[in-house]
Design a protein around this ligand. Sequence first.
Ligand code: THU
Length: 131
Amino acid sequence: MNYIELAQKAREAQNGSYSPYSKFRVGAALLTDDGEVILGANVENASYGLTSCAERNAITRAINDGKRKFKAMAVVGDMDEYCTPCGACRQVMDEFCGKEFEIVLINSKDELKILKMNDILPFSFNGEHLV
Ligand code: THU
């Protein structure tokens, strides 16, 4: 699975979005170490703050499936520009994905931008601080 294919999977994942309030569908495709792809989409709530983002939903689904090692995640939103993960999602990614984990963003022109975990959340607070 290359990153172009992974980005296309993120587009497919947008179909699972429940976003009646923002009408902004976000799709995420999480690539595991063994080449599996797990999809997630945003799920909104009438109590807006309870909305869960596509990225976190993909991670939650993967963790619940027993997956623990991840290589990359592609993310796409209903916008021309790249849809970058929110701060809460960066923190959750950091819990499970190493500093070399790659975030693959795709814009409306099908151009890719690849970011590293360490670049989007440097100096993170993580489990190492608690032992
Ligand atoms: N959203 C995501 O799912 N991921 C992001 O990276 C940014 C925002 C969702 C949350 C909400 O359903 C909608 O996009 C608008 O904020």
